[in-house]
Design a protein around this ligand. Structure first.
Ligand code: F6P
Length: 360
């Protein structure tokens, strides 16, 4: 029986989304003979009138798409259908418009590619009125439960590692301390992995407290051993030593992180006397070509998500576990926030390498 399936990307973009869209389109059209409809701008494409969507074909989803950054469908991390922003600043529940849009397009199922916030919203919409939902995890923060990897994470780690690769020679040339602030929201996965891969001397993540005294001791002890530079990587949600959030802005009540690198850089320079410079990597971690690993995961997730629809298994999220793609209830994935655990092998590795990772 031919089916019409929708696909949308929701939340902050990342590298690898197009690889998933391509895999879904290939497998659904070539293996099953279904039609694939790409919904534009996340959930907003089904809320707006006229509906915003495009037919996805194998011709459109070629290997140029596989290797391209961003999402060809567009995305949003603002337009919650249950509290949709109006031009005058007020908000309206537009969830019914979304459901009508789904029905107008005569969709049999919907694949939602998103992080925890998006999956939460999509699941609520699906509960509403029998939308057959399958989820694919994406987030550079890698904080979704029950999956070892989400699309976008490995590329973000590659970019942060490359930043350390580039900072190290200039740090050595000028005998400087370099502080690199990376994304990750409340989880320290990017900082921890890139810090190990990029030879950081200090790795600071939100999950583990630190003291400025111990950061500076680490830097001065390196100098005593003849090291002329030091690399510090810090996750954006790390707090100041007094527990304050280092942020300048708020987005709809939520802090938009940014500033902890600058704070630490100034303190380090003052305490150690070492000339210190700060780099904030920002959205560079989300853009650009996906690394091979993200293309691989995205392709595997796309194929398996289509197979879930064929098997009539809904309200499930594909997940990466022990070198396999498995599927788990979406509810379980969003209920379990995956922060860095003290038992994480990367913590043990960092300690073994003599990196200061905070007060363990
Ligand atoms: O959740 C992904 C993420 O890139 C976070 O790491 C970061 O804090 C946030 O999104 C940035 O959001 P925005 O694109 O709205 O600035």
């Amino acid at each position: 029986m031919t089916k019409r399936i929708g696909v949308l990307t929701s939340g902050g973009d990342c590298a690898g989304l197009n690889a998933a869209i391509r895999a879904i389109t290939h497998h659904a059209t070539e293996t099953y003979g279904w039609q694939v409809i790409g919904i534009r701008k996340g959930t907003t494409g089904l809320i707006n009138r006229p509906l915003e969507y495009q037919d996805l074909t194998v011709g459109f989803c070629d290997s140029a798409l596989l290797r391209s950054g961003g999402t060809t469908l567009g995305s949003t991390n603002k337009d919650n259908p249950f509290s949709f922003p109006n031009p005058d600043g007020t908000r309206t529940d537009r969830s019914q418009d979304f459901i009508e849009g789904y029905n107008q397009l005569k969709l049999d199922a919907l694949i939602g590619i998103g992080g925890d916030g998006s999956q939460h919203i999509l699941r609520r919409l699906a509960e509403h009125d029998g939308i057959n939902l399958v989820a694919i995890p994406k987030t550079i923060d890698n904080d979704l439960g029950h999956t070892e990897a989400a699309i976008g994470y490995h590329t973000a780690v590659e970019v942060a590692t490359e930043a350390l690769d580039r900072l190290q020679p200039t740090a050595a040339s000028h005998q400087r301390v370099m502080v690199l602030e990376v994304m990750g929201r409340d989880a320290g996965h990017i900082a921890l992995s890139a810090g190990v891969a990029g030879g950081a001397d200090v790795i600071l993540i939100p999950e583990i407290p630190y003291t400025l005294e111990h950061i500076c001791n680490k830097i001065t002890s390196l100098a005593k051993k003849g090291r002329t530079f030091a690399l510090v990587i810090v996750a954006e949600a790390v707090k100041k030593e007094n527990g304050e959030i280092a942020t300048l802005t708020k987005d709809e009540g939520r802090p938009r992180y940014g500033g902890i690198g600058q704070y630490l850089g100034e303190k380090i320079q003052k305490i150690t006397g070492a000339e210190t410079r700060v780099t904030t990597l920002g959205h560079v971690q989300r853009g650009g070509q996906p690394c091979a690993w993200d293309r691989i995961i995205a392709s595997a997730f796309g194929v398996s998500a289509v197979d879930l629809i064929a098997a009539g298994k809904f309200d499930r999220m594909v997940a990466w576990q022990n070198r396999q793609v498995v599927d788990v209830p979406i509810a379980d994935a969003i209920a379990r926030y995956q922060a860095v655990e003290r038992s994480d092998i990367m913590i043990k590795t960092a300690q073994g390498l003599g990196i200061y990772v905070g007060e363990l």
